[in-house]
Ligand binder design. Structure first.
Ligand code: SF4
Length: 259
C-alpha cells in the first residue's frame, strides 16, 4: 500500500507531524483552528479566489502570505493563521467585498467579525462576490457547465454563453444552493422554473398522481440516463412517490400474508 509521507511543521505554535498532501485549511480544520472562507467548498477543487483564507507561512526564514485553501503543507514550515500580516490582508479583502456588495448580510457579518466597520472603497450595489462556487459546482458536480466566468477586472461576471437562455442548464438549482450571498434566485411559476441570473427558464414536470409541478424536466431526464431509478417513480412528486412505493410494497407482501 502507498503510505503517505509525513511532514513536520508548526501551526499557531503547535508542533505537528501531518500527512503530506493536505492543505493548510484542511489542517486548520482538523486542529479546530478557524479560518474564514467564502469561495471554498469541501466537495470542489480549491480555487483560492476570495483570498479571505490567507495565512502567513514562514519557510526557510522567509515569511509570505498565502491562501490556505490551496497551499499544501510542507516540511519545516511555520504557519501563523492570525498573524498581523494575514489579518491585515483579510481586512482589505473584506473591505473590497463590502464595497462591492454593501447590502449582503454574509459580507456584513464577516466584516464585523474582522473588526471592519466601514469601507474606504467606492460602493457598488452588486450581490455577487465572484467566488466561482456556482460555475464550479455546475461543471465539477453536475457535469453541465451551463455558466462560466467571463471578462476581466471590473467587467468580470458569471453568466451563460452570450447571456442567453441556456439550453444545457438542467434547472437543478445547485448553483443557488452553494451561493454564499443569495445572488442566484430560483422561482417556480406554474409549469416553468425561472433562473433570472442566468436568463434561463426550464420546464417543470407535472406529477402524474397529484398534478402538481415538482421538478425540472431536464433534471429528471438527466437522472433517467444516469441511474436505474424506475421511470415510473420519476413521474411522481416526492410525496406521491413515497405513497406509490409503500402501496407497491404492501401489494407485493399481501399475497404472502394471505397464504
Ligand atoms: S441550475 Fe443550471 S446553472 Fe445552476 S447548477 Fe444546475 S445546471 Fe448549472
Amino acid at each position: 500500500m502507498n503510505k503517505k509521507k509525513m511532514v513536520n511543521l508548526i501551526i499557531d505554535g503547535r508542533k505537528l507531524s501531518v500527512k503530506e498532501g493536505m492543505t493548510i485549511l484542511e489542517l486548520a480544520k482538523q486542529e479546530g483552528i478557524y479560518i474564514p472562507t467564502l469561495c471554498h467548498h469541501e466537495a470542489l477543487v480549491p480555487y483560492g479566489v476570495c483570498r479571505l483564507c490567507v495565512v502567513e507561512v514562514i519557510r526557510k526564514g522567509w515569511p509570505k502570505v498565502v491562501t490556505s485553501c490551496n497551499y499544501p503543507v510542507k516540511e519545516g514550515i511555520e504557519i501563523k493563521t492570525a498573524s498581523e500580516n494575514a489579518l491585515r490582508t483579510r481586512k482589505i479583502v473584506i473591505e473590497l467585498l463590502l464595497a462591492r456588495c454593501p447590502e449582503e448580510k454574509k459580507i456584513q457579518a464577516l466584516a464585523e467579525e474582522l473588526g471592519v466597520k466601514e469601507t474606504r472603497f467606492r460602493k457598488k450595489d452588486d450581490n455577487c462576490i465572484l467566488c466561482g462556487l456556482c460555475f464550479r459546482v455546475c461543471s465539477e458536480i453536475i457535469g453541465v457547465s451551463a455558466i462560466s466566468s467571463v471578462n476581466r477586472g471590473a467587467g468580470k461576471e458569471v453568466t451563460t454563453p452570450f447571456k442567453e437562455n441556456s439550453d444545457v442548464c438542467i434547472g437543478c438549482g445547485a448553483c443557488a444552493v452553494v451561493c454564499p450571498t443569495g445572488a442566484i434566485k430560483i422561482e417556480d411559476i406554474k409549469s416553468r422554473r425561472r433562473l433570472d441570473k442566468w436568463n434561463t427558464e426550464v420546464k417543470l414536470k407535472k406529477c402524474k398522481a397529484c398534478d402538481n409541478y415538482f421538478a425540472p424536466v431536464p433534471q429528471l431526464d438527466s437522472i433517467k440516463g444516469k441511474t436505474a431509478v424506475l421511470k415510473d417513480l420519476l413521474e411522481r412528486c416526492p410525496d406521491c412517490r413515497r405513497k406509490y412505493t409503500s402501496s407497491s410494497i404492501t401489494k407485493a407482501v399481501e399475497p404472502e400474508r394471505k397464504s
